[in-house]
Ligand binder design. Sequence first.
Ligand SMILES: O=C1O[C@H]([C@@H](O)CO)C(O)=C1O
Length: 545
Amino acid sequence: KVRYHKWEVKYQYKSPDCYQKLVITINGRSPGPTINAQQGDTVIVEIRNSLLLEDVAIHWHGIRQHGTPWADGTEGVTQCPIIPGDTFTYKFVVDKPGTFLYHAHYGMQRGAGLYGLIKVSLPAGESEPFSYDYDRSIILADWYHKSTYEQMTGLNSIPFVWVGEPQSILIQGRGKFNCSTPGTEADLCNATNPECSPFSLTVVPGKTYRLRIGSLTGLSALSFEIEGHNMTVVEADGHNVEPFVVQNLFIYSGETYSVLIKADQDPSRNYWASAHIVSRNSNTTNGLGIINYYPNHPKRNPPTSPLVGPRWNDTAPRIAQSQAIKALKGYIHTPPQTTDRVIVMLNTQNKIDDHVRWSVNNVSFGLPDTPYLIALKQNFLHAFEQTPPPEGYDAANYDIYSVAKNVNATTSNSIYRLKFNSTVDVILQNANTMNVNNSETHPWHLHGHDFWVLGYGIGKFNISTDPKKYNLVNPIMKNTVPVHPYGWTALRFRADNPGVWLFHCHIEAHFFQGMGVVFEEGVEKVGRLPTSIMGCGETKRFFKP
Ligand SMILES: O=C1O[C@H]([C@@H](O)CO)C(O)=C1O
């Protein structure tokens, strides 16, 4: 079946957290419409850019784009951006059931509210390996009052202006900023605006709900919980999980989970749902929603005080949850037992000419003017640097627990070229930032593939002993994975999808500051590129009369 959508993307005044700001909407909404499809369907989305002055591109997060690498929606990698007034059509097949996302992939535009969810169901007659009565979904996000343009300008300035902690956490596009915060224009902040009344999920007592949860925060790692209810984790990034029960779910930007919740508590009242920032010392108030037990009023506040959430700097339970996520028996994709190539990626915060940047192996990434996919297919080899990026760092002489002796890095737009169909391991190695005693959490997202998560560890990865501890039996496959503070995360994937694929930190500011790499594989197998992706960089001249 073909699922056709026609979207208009534009700025509108909205008050997602009671404070009026410009929000990028799709057909008037943020989050945008959910794409509902069945495995094997073709999704067609015709997008009109009505942003007046800004380009746009939309990435289909978790969709592998087999055979359609030009539809990945990554500006600078797989396409030229869609300019104001233009219409662009994405067409791709959803080949896997599960919960996926879509969002802007141009500058830091995602943070302006341009995102939504993709729900892919099983073919008719097939059923999930878990049961539930109703299927619901929410997107978690953080929200800033500074425009993405101001944020990007600050990050690019000398002295550096950090984006800071968000003003609110949004549950399904709704948050609550305290309008009496000093400096708040009273006429722009209205605590009773219906746009910022909390998200309410109505449940029928006794029924079981599959709640699909996606995070598209710009910065924050979150702990999500529902007062008085356990959650059974059954899906992660479109893969069935060996079920495990949590009281609070840690979720990083770019991840999706399905949890089962049974409405088995006292039905005479409502309950809080809460999203709390972890991993950063933030004083942003928790995002709050209401679990409404029918037939209570959906907006009636629970009689209890909202949940506080876990301590922000307690990493042990977060690592424990990461390690608990295993593929469900009967749904295990056994990984290749050996690898052809290991790339170690040291994650550091650096300085380049007094700009604060993030890098991999001391190389900070920048996008070229001509998207790689086009440059490679047209043989514009001067369009980006040809010296390959480093395969690792000088581990023997690098102390990951201290600020680097030399914080300077270089910048490059060169890419990793992978042998088609080879097996590639990536070791994400975390380290200290430029601040003493500080290491952050980075959620890494790979386009075009799911990878096996082979293991997590604390400290410096040991190439001779740690691989012996890999889970090669039932590792989960994911498209986004955290690397914890001072820790490492080991991934394996097959370079079997012809195209050019971004792999990057899903924190908006960090990717903007260079925290990413690009992989190419089998680009010679990619068919004729649609001319609609062209028009920028070297391809401008194609369109000259
Ligand atoms: O890139 C970043 O900069 C700040 C801080 O390190 C400097 O103010 C921060 O927390 C980041 O993640």
